[in-house]
Write a protein that binds this ligand. Sequence first.
Ligand SMILES: [Zn+2]
Length: 468
Amino acid sequence: MVAASVARVWSRALGAGSLTWRGFIRLAPGVRWLWALVALAACPSAWADDVLFENIRIFDGKGATSLSAPSHVLVRGNRIARISTEPVEADGALRIAGNGRTLMPGLIDAHWHAMLARATPAESFGDVGFNNLVAADEAKDTLMRGFTTVRDVGGPVFGLKRAIDTGIVVGPRIYPSGAMITVTSGHGDFRQMSDLPRAIGGPFTRMEVVGGSIVVDSPDEVRLRAREQFMQGAALIKVTAGGGVSSPHSPLDVTTFTEPELRAAVEIADNWGTYVAAHAFTSHAIRVAIAAGVKCIEHGFLMDEETARLIADKGIWLSLQPLPELLRQGFAEGTVERAKADEVWPGIARTYELAKKYKIKTAWGTDVLFSRALAQQQGAILASLTRWYTPAEALSMATGTNAELLALSGPRNPYPGRLGVIEEGALADLLLVDGNPLETMELVADAAKNFKIIMKDGVIYKNTLDRP
Ligand SMILES: [Zn+2]
């Protein structure tokens, strides 16, 4: 809390002095502190806990299809305190002249891997120190693209999350699953043939020690590993119920976990008040997962119509990603991974059509892996949803709807409070957008240019209002 307050005051002082964190750090030490004193003295509102956005039009993240009338939004501490079309009294608040720009909730990516977005598995498991620094740099970029929250569905992300939450590095809120739980030869089993056979009970491979993914082959092992993730602060459990594209020994058609194994994961998640999300492409893998009590299916790109209907009837979440062509082409021609990608990709459009047809509760994410260039496309991948949705529908999905999925973590929710919406009492994760994203969805693809202010938890991390 103290760290967050210091960060809040400091961000405002930097904003008042039109200086970035990086610029501040580059100043000579003596100049740095002199500047800090002058900036804080010249900007009493830096000390204030309130920020008033004046004359903005609101996209509320709750399914509205148009912007609000010109309004004012008061942020007090880390919450939205007041929304009104009438002038709002806010003595001592930092006032931001919106000039008719759009205020919208911070974006949420429901399928992200903070530790793997840039690094390959070999890199990330090889040099943990380096990879944490890479991930911290990526986390800052992620926030600067307007993504104030990610659901991290696999990877050793607990340290990064802690560093962000305590203000040591800059990044989004993270809902972590911790290590992906997989089976021998399942998706996420990146072991080589030379690692086989493994005796029951050990030894661990590097991938497992680091916490990227962990192999289990019985309900007992599932319970142990699930509990270990919760001990470290997991908000949900991620299992891989069927084959995957990027794993070398995991054919797409294979249903990996047995139902009793999945049931064990669900039982532990239930006991911790949260849920299990299952990676699954095929109808069979999806059906086994649903029978075991899994509440969220990731991908589902090879499902049939009957299974789509089942997902809708049971009220199961479907977490979809409009995976870009660039990702498919990233798998080298002639490899097993490329052949699997070629099989999965045509299913993406079909699955979006099914999700719409059966009104399935659909979350949006990117699943960017192993590529900084792709990570930079995070906003563009969101904008690509206009193949199937209106901008209002797509942006509601990436804000209010995704936040409903996050709330499924119940008592394991690391950030209690409403996210993804602009309403009184909600957490203040806000973007001030130059233009109307409901008319021009592409605005979200270029955050550097179009997101003038990025606020997370009431703290302004970016303010370029004074620049053209
Ligand atoms: Zn993934």
